[in-house]
Design a protein around this ligand. Structure first.
Ligand code: ADP
Ligand code: NA
Length: 341
């Protein structure tokens, strides 16, 4: 089992990013390595340039994301952690696959239609060919499994179509006339249903770095006092917690806090309500605050230390890129050969 997954480098990471995305990576890594598999995790910095971006922010967001991933438990010795830009084989393979991908296939991508909107003429060419780079990202490593959320299913299908057409059109025949496929067709793995964490100021809005109120989110950089204060001030209603899940209907702020407690303890909404049902927030909030502090403190310590340590972050990325290149080169060479290049 070889899992390949990418993440956009973003800064200002918060509890939503941790519970909704990063924690799944740690779990996949632990599961894969326990059964002799491996994970390749990359920062999708090449993808970032398909949309308007600020170069200095891209560089610092890439490092910040690496710091967060490692602080949260992605182990650069067990997983291959790297950024695309340091592995030129991604863009080389993309060009080779551009010969196989069809305009019509890319034109049908709903993400292209959504992101380009009405201004197709003004969209970057990179935005259009982005799914071919995504295909290269996974085919380059003979990935067997790729975690995909709902919005990425279509792109993985495209990667499989490209791989199949390439194998079909160009795979060399061995002595017995059997095809030796150049690329493995990766299977999707549906990530465990990710927690969706809502704003602490408005239970109907997603917790997000773009929320102008810092009180609306728990940042991975927040210290214990800040976490306690934010939970204490979190918006709620005056009712005590209900004793069952149905009682949370129409109470988005209460449901969010209970949900956070449940995922942080590995429990369920029901188990949290069995413990705290009929209690007021005066009792529940301090318990939630202390839980968050105890679970996030080790992450926070490591994160704050690492994000200052540029040399270590760069060393992680260099080491990951070296390992990734070593895996990529044989596949890239096979693709060149198959094409007569
Ligand atoms: P933001 O909304 O802060 O801009 P991003 O869009 O950069 O966050 O998201 C990065 C990753 O974190 C994505 O995989 C996204 O699904 C996840 N994520 C972001 N916010 C939340 C949230 N509030 N709850 C769960 N997952 C989230
Ligand atoms: Na966002």
């Amino acid at each position: 089992m070889r899992i390949v997954s990418g993440i956009q480098p973003t800064g200002n990471l918060h509890l939503g990013n941790y519970l909704g995305a990063i924690r799944n990576w740690v779990k996949m890594q632990d599961d894969a390595t326990a059964t002799g598999g491996e994970c390749l995790y990359f920062l999708a910095d090449l993808h970032a340039i398909s949309m308007p971006h600020v170069p200095a922010e891209l560089a610092s967001n890439t490092r910040e994301m690496v710091a967060a991933l490692v602080a949260c438990g992605v182990d650069p010795d067990r997983s291959i952690l790297f950024n695309q830009a340091q592995v030129p084989q991604h863009t080389e393979l993309q060009w080779l696959l551009n010969g196989t991908a069809r305009m019509g296939w890319l034109n049908r991508m709903t993400q292209w239609k959504d992101k380009a909107g009405k201004n197709r003429e003004g969209a970057s060419v990179a935005l259009f060919t982005y799914p071919v780079l995504q295909a290269a990202d996974v085919l380059l490593y003979q990935a067997t499994h790729v975690p995909v959320g709902e919005d990425q299913k279509q792109h993985l299908e495209l990667a499989r179509d490209i791989a199949q057409k390439f194998n079909n059109d160009f795979a060399p025949k061995d002595g017995n006339g059997e095809e030796a496929p150049v690329f493995t067709l990766p299977d999707p793995i549906i990530p465990p249903e990710a927690a969706r964490i809502m704003s602490l100021r408005d239970g109907t809005a997603k917790m997000s770095k773009s929320d102008p109120s810092d009180m609306a989110r728990i940042n991975l950089t927040d210290d214990a006092d800040t976490i306690m204060k934010k939970i204490k001030k979190a918006k709620t209603d005056p009712e005590p917690l209900p004793s069952d899940k149905a009682g949370l209907a129409g109470r988005p702020e209460a449901a969010n806090l209970v949900g956070i407690y449940a995922v942080m303890t590995g429990g369920t909404v029901e188990s949290v309500l069995a413990e705290f049902g009929e209690e007021g927030f005066g009792k529940f909030k301090p318990a939630l605050g202390e839980l968050l502090v105890s679970k996030l403190a080790p992450i926070n310590d490591r994160f704050v230390e690492l994000r200052r340590d540029r040399a270590t972050l760069d060393a992680f990325l260099r080491q990951g890129a070296e390992k990734a290149r070593a895996l990529a080169v044989p596949t890239l060479n096979a693709a060149y050969d198959a094409l007569g290049l």
